[in-house]
Design a binder for this molecule. Structure first.
Ligand code: NAD
Ligand code: HSO
Ligand code: ZN
Length: 434
């Protein structure tokens, strides 16, 4: 990763390349995902099992898509007290944050004889995708909480989750314990596009859901995009992103560590530093080298920094915020003095982390807000996963006879302009009755 002065032609080219990454899909990838979706739609469990065996768990047995209660009982005996303590704290803090998001139904009487309102109702069934990488290598326990807790708070009756199994067909015990903790009704061992397809269409063993939420790699995200419309989806929550704005006053080691925290997620993740301090930029570059050397996921992080990373040196912090607003990053870190006084400059960002002691991973695991966030520039219009993604709102309308009489003429007039006589007649027939 090189250091670039911004604005400059080189920095512009780099930013364009990062923006152009989008989801990173090719036509062939989209076609492949479409084929998988169709295959699962027509062949159900047989197809899901085939893909799971081919990509993740060669030894998966024929009837084992759903994890059993016995497996979860066994998982509870495998996890240690430190995990349970951390899990309990995370659950409590995430639940407390999401309870504040609940919207109640309301009724109003804005005009004499007219009652209007909005009924907020949960969807009947929701599916939570929990990433696990090939063979369940990076089981995102925290994503179980981020999907399950808001669904439960919204009042969804049936909440299931699906995740790629490990090579022997088992699911990581920490995922299972977290699933029981948030009250998942079923855990399905199926990752990638076939996991999404199973929940979207329903199969013999997997219940069909109304809404699918959760993050994932390019295959998961493409599948969610393709099934959306037939089933609700939360957003495009693809490969992770971080943009750090720094005035150079925090230790360079912090900035480097925070960039790597997201780069290690995926070769397609993106990590960018924008700073007003050229000497600091150089120090961060050196720190990245140093910290990368000891990272177990060095190869992934290195590829991410090479392809979608950048260190930009700007003249002013205002320029730094311009760059950030253009990219609309999933995570924006304000690693600077008095970050709150700059909040007004942020227009597009999934989540904003303020100050030296708020590294991005606090939000990934424990702070309370959801870590499922819009990526690929979609923070321009999309928001963090929350209770709202699990409800729908029905409008409520009621007129008394007198109130109807007052507005009937106007309705008939508007219907006439639209050329919709039956609409007008539905009002006229009542007017004529008096
Ligand atoms: N935006 C967010 O809110 C957010 C939150 C957490 C994680 N993430 C992102 O989620 C992703 C997690 O990715 P992951 O890989 O660890 O787990 P994942 O579960 O998303 O992907 C693994 C699945 O993809 C399958 N797969 C691999 N190669 C494939 C291919 N060629 N065709 C079809 N399927 C294939 C694997 O077999 C496995 O089932 C990362 O990109 C991470 O950055 C995003
Ligand atoms: N940073 C991810 C969102 O992009 C969420 C996560 C889960 N576990 C670790 N990180
Ligand atoms: Zn993370």
């Amino acid at each position: 990763m090189e250091m670039l002065k911004y604005p400059s032609a080189e920095a512009e080219a780099r930013l364009q390349a990062i923006v152009a990454r989008g989801l990173g899909e090719t036509e062939e990838m989209t076609a492949q995902v479409a084929r998988i979706l169709e295959d699962v739609r027509t062949r159900g469990d047989e197809a899901v099992l085939e893909y799971t065996r081919r990509f993740d768990a060669p030894d998966l047995s024929a009837h084992a898509l759903c994890v059993t209660e016995v497996e979860i009982d066994a998982a509870e005996k495998m996890v240690n007290p430190a995990f349970m303590k951390a899990l309990d704290r995370a659950v409590e803090q995430i639940a407390s944050f999401h309870r504040r998001q609940v919207q109640n139904s309301w009724i109003d009487t804005p005009r004499d004889g007219v009652m209007l309102g909005q009924l907020v109702k949960p969807v009947d069934a929701a599916g939570v995708y929990v990433p696990g990488a090939t063979g369940g290598m990076t089981p995102l326990v925290s994503s179980v909480l981020m999907g399950g807790i808001p669904a439960r708070i919204a009042g969804v009756k049936k909440v299931i989750m699906t995740t790629p199994p490990m090579a022997d067909g088992s699911v990581n015990p920490h995922l299972l314990v977290a699933a029981r903790k948030v009250g998942m009704d079923a855990v399905i061992r199926a990752g990638s596009a076939w996991g999404i397809a199973a929940m979207a269409w329903g199969t013999e063993q997997v219940p069909r859901v109304d809404v699918i939420v959760g993050p994932g790699n390019i295959w998961v995200t493409l599948a969610k995009k393709l099934v959306s419309g037939m089933v609700g989806i939360d957003m495009i929550a693809g490969p992770s992103e971080i943009l750090v704005i720094s005035d150079g006053k925090a230790p360079a080691a912090y900035a480097a560590a925070d960039l790597l925290s997201q780069a290690e997620h995926d070769t397609m993740a993106s990590a960018i530093l924008v700073t007003t301090d050229a000497a600091f930029a150089k120090e961060v570059l050196a720190e990245l080298e140093k910290q990368l050397a000891n990272l177990p996921r060095k190869d992934t992080a290195e590829a991410s920094l090479r392809d979608f990373g950048a260190i930009l040196v700007v003249d002013t912090l205002e320029q730094a915020f311009d760059v950030s607003n253009r990219l609309a990053p999933e995570h924006l870190e304000l690693l600077m003095e008095d970050p709150l006084s700059w909040i007004g400059k942020v227009r597009n960002a999934g989540a904003i982390f303020c100050g030296t002691h708020t590294p991005e991973p606090m939000g990934d695991y424990i702070a309370g807000p959801n870590h499922v966030l819009p990526t690929a520039g979609t923070a321009r219009f999309a928001s963090a996963l929350g209770v709202d993604h699990f409800v729908k709102k029905s409008s409520l309308i009621s007129y008394t006879r007198d109130a109807f009489m007052k507005e009937a003429e106007d309705v008939m007039h508007l219907a006439g302009i639209e050329g919709l006589e039956a609409h007008a007649h539905s009002v006229r027939v009542r007017l004529e009755k008096g």
